[in-house]
Design a protein around this ligand. Structure first.
Ligand SMILES: C[S@@+](CC[C@H](N)C(=O)[O-])C[C@H]1O[C@@H](n2cnc3c(N)ncnc32)[C@H](O)[C@@H]1O
Length: 211
């Protein structure tokens, strides 16, 4: 118990520090606005939303708000959560004045959830592998059940995680399978990006809904 608590605290502190360091290097450290792989990946994630509008969206790991902007145009109400205050400051500036958008500084592993508003859209892009660490395995596994519990009946869950090669792809499929075991149905799945031009990296975009 004490071991879990200490390991959890260290893991949370470590990811926050790491992400703050990355974002402190300057704007757009992941190249979301300039790298063809990233722009293609975000386009595929946007296509995965379909043409419906959402009442209550949740973006886990919103970073500087590049995809948040797309989501804000599609959801009446949007919670955009990230562990990094540095990233959130830029996301807030990017979406300043947008009604219905709330930014939340939290680690998804201990965020209490959206409260009264179950979400009819949840997007988890390139986040889960930051949580997938041996010392905090139990919390990692519990996070799937917590996210699943935040999804409203009829809601859509979009997962998008980059991978390089078959072994990493299998791990990303494992994320999706955990949600399937929790009662969600796979609606669509595709590997996005040309590995020949993106250093071998592709992104597995999976859409899941209630059975
Ligand atoms: C690689 S970026 C992905 C940004 C965006 N979701 C996308 O798909 O382009 C990962 C983001 O997840 C955030 N993050 C990592 N671990 C997190 C955690 N445990 N709780 C909340 N956010 C986390 C990081 O701070 C970072 O902004």
């Amino acid at each position: 118990m004490i071991f879990d608590a200490i390991a959890g605290w260290l893991a949370r502190r470590s990811v926050r520090r790491k992400m703050d360091r990355v974002f402190s290097r300057g704007r757009d450290p992941f190249g979301y606005e300039k790298l063809p792989y990233e722009t293609g990946r975000l386009k595929a994630m946007e296509a995965a939303l379909g043409d419906r509008r959402y009442a209550s969206g949740l973006e886990i790991g919103c970073a500087e708000g590049v995809f948040t902007e797309k989501l804000a145009a599609r959801a009446e109400r949007l919670a955009a959560l990230d562990v990094s205050p540095v990233a959130l400051e830029r996301a807030r500036a990017r979406l300043a004045g947008r009604p219905g958008v709330a930014f939340v500084e939290a680690d998804v592993r201990d965020w209490p959830g959206p409260g009264a508003y179950a979400c009819d859209l949840i997007v988890v892009g390139d986040v889960l592998y930051y949580l997938d660490k041996p010392m905090v395995r139990r919390t990692f596994e519990e996070t799937f059940g917590r996210i699943r519990g935040w999804l409203a009946p009829g809601g859509l869950l979009v997962l998008a995680h980059g991978f390089a090669g078959p072994a990493e792809r299998r791990i990303r499929e494992g994320y999706r399978e955990r949600f399937e075991r929790l009662g969600l149905r796979l609606v669509s799945e595709s590997a996005v990006g040309d590995p020949a031009v993106s250093g071998g990296v592709q992104c597995l975009v999976s859409c899941l809904a209630e059975r």
